[in-house]
Write a protein that binds this ligand. Structure first.
Ligand code: DC
Length: 230
């Protein structure tokens, strides 16, 4: 068994996983690992080549030629690198979001990224968020949380986020994209988005950020605290 603790947070896009996980990581002194960013980096590589991110043959052929790495800055912020270039900002574009969910359905992409994700949990305490962390990447995680919220609530939050950043936001369109991504992530053949049997379900539809944070912190301290007594 690993000396290090791991916390897996899975759930659909827009449930608040990354914001909550970042804050929890800070409070617990754990490393936050955003696995979605890793898929986004592969999607960016495909888009830059002019490939359709759903084109599994072309994306698969691209994998041996690219390097996807990450590190953390002094503030604990995860930086993504594509062939050594810092693409932390570039992977946040809308086109890359849709592309990430497409490349994530390709089995070779998931296999290519598995070791990168697992090795991060071998050398440090981690709180890792994604879609298949509790089911595939870290099946022995000490704490597993399935974080969700109604699609409408997630679309609404995303809309507010964009508006806050001064970007245009069409809530109906965002809801449509949220539903499309949910469908793709939950119905792909390999490692689909689903709650691990031993994960705790956390539904934040009716909760604000502070309420969600307290809920998750409670689940984690209960689980980690309980482990010390075992
Ligand atoms: O969390 P995110 O929106 O940055 O993730 C981008 C896409 O990557 C998302 O549509 C699903 C996919 N993904 C995945 O399949 N498995 C993960 N562990 C993380 C993300």
């Amino acid at each position: 068994m690993s000396r290090f603790k791991s916390i897996a947070i899975d759930g659909p896009s827009g449930a608040g996983k990354s914001t909550l996980a970042k804050r929890l990581a800070k409070e617990l002194g754990f490393h936050y690992v955003d696995t979605g960013a890793i898929y986004r980096t592969v999607a960016l590589a495909a888009l830059r080549e002019g490939f359709d991110p759903s084109d599994s043959a072309r994306v698969e052929a691209l994998l041996p030629a690219i390097s996807v790495t990450l590190d953390y800055d002094a503030d604990g912020l995860q930086h993504m690198y594509l062939n050594g270039e810092d693409v932390t900002q570039a992977i946040r574009q809308n086109e890359v979001s849709a592309g990430a969910s497409k490349v994530a359905a390709i089995p070779a992409v998931r296999a290519f990224l598995l070791d990168t994700q697992r090795s991060l949990a071998k050398s440090q305490n981690v709180i890792m968020d994604g879609r298949d962390i509790g089911t595939v990447v870290l099946p022995d995680a000490d704490v597993k949380i399935f974080l969700t919220a109604a699609p409408e609530a997630r679309a609404h939050r995303r809309c507010l986020e964009l508006l806050e950043r001064g970007q245009p936001a069409d809530e109906a369109q965002i809801l449509k994209e949220v539903l499309e991504r949910d469908h793709r992530d939950a119905n792909r053949a390999v490692a689909p988005l689903k709650q691990a049997e031993d994960a705790v379900l956390a539904d934040t539809t009716e909760l604000d950020f502070e309420g969600s944070f307290r809920l998750l912190r409670g689940i984690i301290t209960h689980r980690l605290g309980g482990m010390k007594d075992e």
